[in-house]
Design a protein around this ligand. Sequence first.
Ligand code: GDP
Length: 427
Amino acid sequence: MSTIAIIGGQWGDEGKGKVVDLLAQEAQVIVRFSGGDNAGHTVINPYGEFKLHLVPVGIFSPHAVCIIGNGVVINPAVLIDELDQLNQRGVDTTRLFISDRAHLIMPYHILLDGLEEESRAGKAIGTTRRGIGPAFADKVARLGIRTGDLLDEEVLLERLRFILDYKNIMLTKIYGVSPLPLDEVYGKYCRYGERLAPHIRETATMLEEALSREELVLLEGAQGALLDPDFGTYPYTTSSSPLVGGSCLGAGLSPFRINRALGVFKAYCTRVGAGPMPTELKDEIGDLIRDRAHEYGTTTGRPRRCGWFDAVAARFSTRINGFTGIVVTRLDILDGFAQLKICVGYELDGDKTDYFPASVAALERCQPIYEELPGWQASIRHIRQYEQLPIEARQYIARLEELTSCPVNLICVGPGREENIYKTPIF
Ligand code: GDP
């Protein structure tokens, strides 16, 4: 049938989980393709409220197969805990498969993540300290251990012995902390292997077979485009690509197989952790948005920085991803504002620009140029038809479409599965 990539268009936390949960009702396969348990989706559906970090949101669709692709790094303890919690609440997890090429987060990754952040002092990246960055670094440095290695205890022991020797030198000689004992780490990962073995597969083939049966495949993004290591606000970025391009590599799929790419954007902006955010509001409006929208991280509980919609960043993100349509989430949060602002350009060192600069130093100096639009003075949560939205809300959406040159397919007006307005068809 089709493959749809669902991608965060901003700095993450856009509400991708809800969008995937909605579209997964029609899908046969849902693949998570990047990041690790630093990402987190909150989903509210008939099973209750869930915070998922690794298991694709499609797990709530009883007929769908879920895949954790090769592009994800997996902390087995977190994954097993998530599976246990889902099982306890009556969700079937036998349909979850894990790529044998996905890399594992090891105890030294978690230790080094914290130690490296501390050594950066005032220049800390603001990582979640879950070992994601060090695990991706080891993947590229060819020092990684993959889920497939868990299936052969001899291979695992040999690989772990070699790598742990090296990591223990770093831990003891550079950071002055205790080494990790080989037998302890090995024993723990053998037990993880036993538990996860029924789920570990060559998943790219499963995907190919699903596509040959013309099934609907969803590629479930984590984080957002502006955190991409190449196109985001480097070095304040994540370690794997959350872009449509990254979805091909991280799922094991040809780019020619992707039919639609949905960019998920909040109706305003948020960012968690350090790094530039030109439209950040450090005033009572920012506080109001944060409190009204409960903008605190799913994974870390950290307060998110809040600000007006940044159309310069959104246009950039739409272009590098080639979005075919946009989903605007949390439009309801803007209910009741007298005036709304959209950033339509930046002033940089006295010049106007509508380009999102590569340099973090330049982005820090960018002053947003705002356009003001009238707000709407009513709650829109109950509305399901686009025409019934207040005229001001429709003007707001129309302006986002103009500024991004991309149609809005779907508008979310509440966290619930049914709190949506379809504006134009996704296909
Ligand atoms: P994700 O990682 O992109 O899925 O985003 P998060 O899970 O961090 O945050 C999205 C939050 O927004 C979740 O708690 C959702 O239930 C909620 N949400 C999604 N869409 C809407 C919406 O349209 N309105 C409101 N009020 N909440 C929404």
